[in-house]
Design a protein around this ligand. Structure first.
Ligand SMILES: [Fe+2]
Length: 483
């Protein structure tokens, strides 16, 4: 049964008057749609049930994750996965036990849409509805993409506006964060790069102009400088070495400043991709590299070798018509036939040459040991095995770049696997000595599950798995905060 059948059937039984976007969605035949279902209310703190293994006794801390969790309202729904209301999930692990809670971020957008009983706020792939009031970017801020800790505060991040400060204990929303009065409301990407010493670098994009943010570990402003980029390529993420910021200008170029943002993007493969390398100490010191055209959302942490060669991994598509477009289709219970993103290694040479080596392995949500951010490293963690006929990934991989080997754990077709993050073992400094912590949606149990892996033996499967009493939709990004 597809959406059209449901509509037709409902009309024949005279029930059309009660059909809403929510009821249509609930009746969708594909059960993977559980990963994109609506959540109606916050989740009060609750214990999770241990369903497999035993938790390491020395793992103690909190996994915060963010992702959209309300997409549909009776009078109109979002047009893209990226436009749902942000909900921050909190998974606490201590003494072998796990607890969770989750709260929607209390945004202007969520209040406006709730009052209208329709999604009227525009976004990445959603057009403005009747009565939408968007006086500033933060009026459309969905606060739904990632989280970071700054000075004891939890910030919910979105790529086009301010961070939203939250209480990390109660998950209560405190409001938009003004990092500096001079830069109030300037965008702050959802992918800050955090150095091992806690120093934060980030960008905020407005067409060809970008704010380069440099914050101290407590979230205080060190520097914010506006730079001009060679082009307004769509940018969800950038990367950094210890010394440099690395900005990829993909040939999906923003032409115009309106919402939905995706409607302003034009694919211009003839431009190729450009890689801009900026000196962190002097942003006027720039190098520009050229690569063939590709599309990406996510990059891995970069490092620089002794001879000045810079390397980083990336998850790339040949164009934006697969992964980016699927974010709209999957909210309708559909999926475009497109190859999943592939793992790639990008090399920037001291003599100005750049190389893009694309692998056959599918890859998204790349992470690494944060203690090695910007430094030479050996491992990447990412999701893999996007299942054909279904969106999202079913396996987690650890890539050993030195040995050219992958360890993979396959959760199987009945799990939607979310990004896995690294939690270091206390007292250890060796790369990836610790755990991977992350969630999946178990489609058979219709529940979100929390898993802990030994990060160096991911192929052995989870050491421990807990099951939540609810299924929450798939998240984008998170952080593990050790206790
Ligand atoms: Fe992202």
């Amino acid at each position: 049964m597809n959406r059209r059948d449901i509509l037709r059937g409902a009309a024949m039984t005279g029930a059309a008057a009660v059909l809403t976007p929510e009821t249509l969605w609930a009746a969708a035949a594909n059960d993977w749609t559980l990963g994109l279902a609506d959540v109606e209310a916050d989740i009060a703190p609750t214990s999770l049930a241990l369903v497999h293994g035993r938790a390491p006794t020395d793992l103690k801390g909190t996994l915060f994750r963010n992702g959209p969790a309300k997409f549909r309202r009776p009078g109109g729904s979002v047009g893209h996965w990226f436009d749902g209301d942000g909900m921050v999930r909190k998974f606490q692990v201590a003494d072998g036990q796990a607890r969770m809670s989750a709260r929607f971020v209390d945004t202007v957008k969520r209040r406006q849409d709730a009052a209208a009983n329709a999604v009227i706020t525009p976004g990445y792939g959603t057009a403005a509805g009747p009565g939408a009031r968007v006086g500033s970017a933060d009026d459309a801020n969905a606060a739904n993409t990632s989280v970071m800790m700054a000075g004891g505060e939890l910030w919910a991040l979105w790529e086009g506006g301010s961070p939203t400060a939250m209480d990390p204990v109660s998950l209560e929303t405190r409001g938009f964060k003004t990092i500096s009065p001079d830069m109030k409301g300037m965008p702050f990407l959802a992918h800050p790069r955090v150095q091992p010493d806690g120093t934060v670098w980030n960008l905020g994009l407005a067409g060809k102009r970008a704010v380069v943010w440099n914050l101290s570990p407590d979230g205080g402003l060190r520097k914010a400088e506006v730079i001009t980029l060679p082009r307004a390529g769509y940018m969800h993420d950038f990367t950094a070495t210890e010394r440099s910021l690395i900005i990829i200008l993909q040939p999906w170029v923003q032409e115009g400043m309106r919402m939905p943002i995706a409607s302003t993007m034009v694919w211009r493969p003839e431009l190729g991709a450009q890689v801009l390398v900026l000196d962190k100490n002097d942003l006027s010191k720039r190098r520009l590299f050229e690569l063939p055209p590709f599309f990406f959302f996510h990059l891995g942490d970069a490092w620089e070798e002794a001879d000045g060669t810079i390397r980083f991994d990336a998850c790339i598509d040949k164009d934006p018509f697969g992964t980016a477009a699927n974010g709209g289709a999957i909210l309708r219970g559909e999926r475009l036939r497109a190859a999943p993103p592939r793992r790639a290694l990008i090399t920037l040479r001291g003599d100005g040459r750049a190389e893009l080596a694309t692998d056959t392995v599918s890859a998204e949500f790349p992470r690494s040991d944060p203690r090695f951010a910007g430094l030479a490293r050996r491992y990447s963690v990412h999701l893999t095995n996007e299942r054909s006929g279904r969106p999202l990934f079913q396996s987690v991989a650890v890539r050993d770049w030195k040995k050219d080997k992958d360890q993979i754990f396959d959760f199987g077709a009945r799990h939607l696997v979310e990004e896995m993050v690294f939690a270091p073992r206390l007292g250890s400094s060796a790369e990836l000595d610790g755990w991977l912590v992350g969630t999946t949606i178990n489609l058979d149990a219709r529940a979100t599950e929390l898993h802990v892996f030994d990060a160096q033996h991911v192929d052995r499967g989870p050491l421990a798995t807990w099951r939540a009493p609810v299924a929450l939709p798939v998240t984008f990004h998170g952080v593990f905060v050790g206790a």
